[in-house]
Design a protein around this ligand. Sequence first.
Ligand code: LMR
Length: 331
Amino acid sequence: MKNSKLVLVSLLVAVAFFATASLATARPIVIKFSHVVAENTPKGQMANKFKQLVDERLDGKVVVEVFPNSQLFGDKKVLEAMILGDVQIACPSLSKFKKYTKSLQLFDLPFLFKDMAAAERFQQGPIGQKLLTSLESKGLIGLGYLHNGMKQLSASEPLRVPADAADKKFRIMSSDVLAAQFQAVGAMPLKKPFSEVFTLLQTKAIDGQENTWSNIYSKKFFEVQPYITESDHGLLDYILVTSAEFWNGLPDDIRVEVKKALDEAVLLGNKVAAEKASSDRQKIIDSGRSEVIQLTDAERQQWVEKMKPVWKKFEKQVGKEYIEAAVAANK
Ligand code: LMR
């Protein structure tokens, strides 16, 4: 009797153990993807597409949770959180890596790429691909680039020539190159998180900002900025980033599938970026809330002349050969 009780208890313990163990092995890998923009943007669409592809293909083994609109982290905190394992994928703009590498500052140099095709050629070329590895000493892996587009200048007053920007306050991303770019025209740059820009503009705490058409449209900056100068003066693109610890810890077959899904989602994101550069611009014009100012060649040349000397200032930090390779991509 005593023995049969013992057998029963042992059996129950064994069942409980195996049930727990199988639950543990069936637990999916969770990928938290944190970003700061709206869902209806190149990055927002890219992230959602990535989730959809993983859902379709990985049979519940991997679960992607997308957090848009700075819901989980802003861009200042997200990389620290990634190193701590609190988020697995992010896609900050190239302007936000100053703490981690100096080389990516290249992409902020004003008037560097003549158009998005040149940026794409450079990113996919040998130097662009090498730059993806520039975060590795910090425990981060660059998985690829994603486009948003060319930046425009929005303001409370019309900006036609650099003198119009003098003494005005502009919100910038956390980049010293962008600070120097605005100082070059006598303006006052302020590094602020993306999530604060609308309120800063609405309350007139600042006079203007620089961003792409899709960000100006999706975050409604155009509703509180009566003038947008179509300057195309710089690039706002992204790096898809993950932590080495997370990435290298994935089972090989899963890592391959996740990377494939990311690459395919980027193709969609880039397509959305190209479309939105014209459709969101048009929606802003159609709204009548903001006047889009086209520069004459002579006016644009004035911005180039004032801003381009910034290159020299950052040449040592960025690397002359990288700047030359970027310029060569303009053909
Ligand atoms: C910004 O802060 O203006 C951009 O980096 C936002 C974004 O991610 O496009």
